[in-house]
Design a protein around this ligand. Sequence first.
Ligand code: MD3
Ligand code: FE
Length: 218
Amino acid sequence: MMPVSGQLFDNADPDGSERIGEGTVLFRGRLADRAEEIIDAIRQIAEPSPFRHLITPGGHRMSVSMTSCGELGWMSDRKGYRYTSTDPRNNQPWPAMPSLLADLATAAAADAGFDHYRPDACLINRYRPGTKLSLHQDKDERDPSHPVVSFSLGLPATFLWGGFKRSDKPQRLLLEHGDILVFGGPDRLRYHGILPLPDGEHPLLGAQRINLTFRKAG
Ligand code: MD3
Ligand code: FE
């Protein structure tokens, strides 16, 4: 059993998880004692495939900077959003997904009720103070019946958990260092985003937040 941090709510299970929606489960602080190892793995991924600001199809530079690991990596440019098997910056395969990361994602998915989850893509987002992610849906994956698993590290951020239309008023949820959020089933196509990151200093990451999202994209 993983250590539980934070308060238990009346929607909390004995393992410390909180059910946010039908297909959404939050595991607070679950990564806290693996954070150094995970950050080390991210540093190794960013050597061959550094964080970069992508351009949206509409021509805007995203305020989040990103990289990927796994068989597939997420890409955006003037031509659209898509997954690729190579990093367009160096034309090499994306760095392999470390089993440390894949295994933690598989275990969290299983604890949220999604068995046999094996991600083939991990998108890594880096937020600096002021960085935001506007409301969007994740729908570039071939089969959205597979959940998305998200790891939060570093500074806390306000996550927007919306509805199925962009205009639905989102709920707010604070995502903190070490939190895992699993999104699947009926919640998988909800609009979601991140409010501008407040200033701060995290003991392991300084003035940044890093989010990893694991997907079965292919
Ligand atoms: C809800 N990332 O990379 S993670 C993304 O914190 C993304 O960087 C945010 O949205 C971040 O696409 C939020 C939580 C998350 C990830 C995927 C979802 C929530 C989701 C897919 C469907 C519904
Ligand atoms: Fe998303």
